[in-house]
Design a protein around this ligand. Structure first.
Ligand SMILES: Cc1cc2nc3c(=O)[nH]c(=O)nc-3n(C[C@H](O)[C@H](O)[C@H](O)COP(=O)(O)OP(=O)(O)OC[C@H]3O[C@@H](n4cnc5c(N)ncnc54)[C@H](O)[C@@H]3O)c2cc1C
Ligand code: SF4
Length: 483
């Protein structure tokens, strides 16, 4: 196909780039570290319309389909959300149409619009992202249109008008995988019961991702609607043994396992078991419980905190620690800033909020006092070699560079592993090398009556991919039931 780049640029400049790309307004750092409220303000209609007006409505799908190699926003979204459709409706202020369309393929668009790393998903595939003008801010529009719809009294559909199918599904785990599976099953009149070990529903959406990224009321609101539509949620109900699992298999037609990847990786450092060393999830759960109770009595208050790791969960722990009143908060990462695995946006936010970063340091050992309390962390400096022929840069420890960073608390944010639960074997759930549950394309495990998805299958991943797995499993279950 003939493609004149200059002509294209001029068309874009004339037609669309007159409107400046904008993300949601961010609260200033001093104000946002004084509470746990979300840091981004939602778009107003004027802002959402302006940003929707930037959309080219690329006519790619009619010519090439969703599964060609040509990418655009829909192909970048794991759910293949009809982004073009609901952006068009938002532009025309057709809130109901936009809302209904955005809720067809997505189980909770206002949640994903807030937590998805859009730059590597829908926005990363937006045609405008390949130009100097920058992608359409799809996530912000998605949040706006859903919140606007809720404001106007619209509610998501959970099969309220469907005849009851007489089929029953048990879901273990209430994170995005289980929540998504429940959504699509309820819409078909299937009875669903969720068994959740924690005291609140939502999995890592509730106890992992901090409140300043997503207010927990947003998750609970979805659960309240599902409960209103007939969902039963059993909190504080951990499935621990073969008998319990067998009981579920006897009482339900199908079981979906969405237990996540809950095991925080250890560092192997000397004194890792000392008092004051925590896994990142222990700290994030502890802080979120404080937030729920509006009771800021934290073990982190007035403490010098060191977080080891450079991913997004490290950023979350650092930023949450600042808000709860830590004296100082340092991030130690063994590579350089350029090679950090976390998102650049979160690094900027963390810096603005007062986190100190130390790059090219490798923690070696934890120092303790006579009562086994942490007193510091011994680190060595590192350097990255020049790239080899494959582009890989090795990490070298610089001999003689040992130094101790005094601190009271050390948080390990080194990633997560899957866990093989004791009831997997007897239920016929086969796992892979990393304890990941093995499934087929429908998310069916080796036991035809058991499905699984989310982090339990993929290893630590994303809310949106977990939502996709829940949806895939639900579609297959619905088909199995002949509905
Ligand atoms: C700190 C942190 C920040 C993150 N930030 C983002 C982000 O910004 N954006 C994003 O897209 N993703 C993010 N993620 C990843 C995302 O949260 C996960 O990929 C996603 O939540 C996985 O969903 P899931 O349903 O598979 O599992 P989970 O969300 O882990 O839910 C599993 C649920 O199962 C329950 N459970 C486990 N075992 C049992 C049992 N035996 N019986 C009963 N219940 C059980 C658990 O209590 C939990 O509630 C983040 C993860 C972490 C740790
Ligand atoms: S679900 Fe996530 S990836 Fe898909 S359109 Fe929404 S923000 Fe983008």
């Amino acid at each position: 196909m003939y493609y004149d780049e200059n002509l294209m640029k001029n068309v874009l400049k004339e037609k669309y780039a007159k409107i400046e790309r904008k993300i949601q307004v961010k609260r200033d750092a001093t104000s946002r570290i004084s509470d746990f409220k979300p840091i981004y303000k939602e778009f107003t209609f004027t802002e959402a319309k302006a940003q929707s007006d930037r959309c080219l409505q690329c006519p790619i799908e009619p010519f090439y389909g969703l599964h060609s190699n040509i990418e655009f926003c829909r192909t970048g979204c794991p759910l293949h959300n009809d982004t073009l459709g609901w952006i068009k409706h938002t532009r025309e202020n057709e809130v109901k149409n936009a809302f209904e369309l955005s809720n067809i393929l997505s189980p909770f668009p206002e949640v994903l619009g807030r937590v998805c790393p859009q730059d590597s998903l829908c926005q990363g595939s937006c045609t405008l992202s390949k130009t100097e003008f920058g992608s359409v801010t799809i996530g912000g529009i998605e949040v706006y249109l859903n919140e606007e719809a809720f404001e106007k009294g619209l509610k998501p559909y959970y099969g309220e008008d469907k005849a009851k199918s007489g089929k029953k599904v048990a879901i273990i785990g209430s994170g995005p995988a289980g929540m998504s599976c429940a959504t699509f099953l309820l819409r078909e009149g299937i009875e669903v019961e969720i068994f959740e070990k924690a005291d609140r529903a939502g999995g890592l959406l509730t106890y992992g991702i901090p409140n300043f990224k997503i207010d927990k009321d947003v998750i609970q609101r979805r659960y309240d609607w599902m409960i209103e539509a007939g969902l039963k949620v059993h909190l504080n109900s951990e499935i621990t043994d073969e008998e319990q699992m067998q009981e579920l298999l006897n009482s339900f037609d199908v079981v979906f396992v969405g237990v996540g990847a809950p095991s925080g990786r250890k560092s192997g450092m000397k004194n890792e078991e000392a008092k004051g060393v925590y896994q990142v999830m222990d700290i994030l759960t502890h802080i979120q419980k404080n937030v729920f109770e509006s009771f800021y009595d934290s073990i982190l208050q007035d403490k010098n905190i060191v977080v080891v790791g450079g991913g997004d969960s490290a950023m979350d722990a650092l930023r949450a620690s600042i808000r709860i009143g830590a004296k100082s908060v340092k991030c130690l990462y063994r590579r350089d800033e350029e090679n950090m695995p976390g998102s650049k946006k979160e690094l900027v936010n963390a810096r603005e909020e007062g986190v100190e970063f130390q790059f090219l340091v490798s923690p070696k050992e934890i120092t303790i006092d006579d009562d086994d309390n942490v007193t510091g962390i011994v680190c060595q400096k590192t350097e990255l070699t020049e790239p080899d022929s494959s582009g890989r840069r090795k990490l070298n420890i610089i001999e003689g560079s040992e130094h101790t960073i005094p601190c009271d608390i050390i948080v390990l944010a080194l990633g997560f592993d899957n866990v093989k639960f004791p009831w997997f074997d007897s239920a016929g759930i086969v796992t892979g090398k990393w304890n990941d549950i093995s499934v087929d394309k429908d998310k069916r495990t080796s036991n035809a009556k058991i499905f699984s998805g989310g982090d339990a299958v993929r290893g630590a991943d994303l809310a949106v991919t977990s939502a996709l797995d829940g949806r895939t499993a639900a579609y297959a279950i619905i088909k199995d039931f002949g509905l």
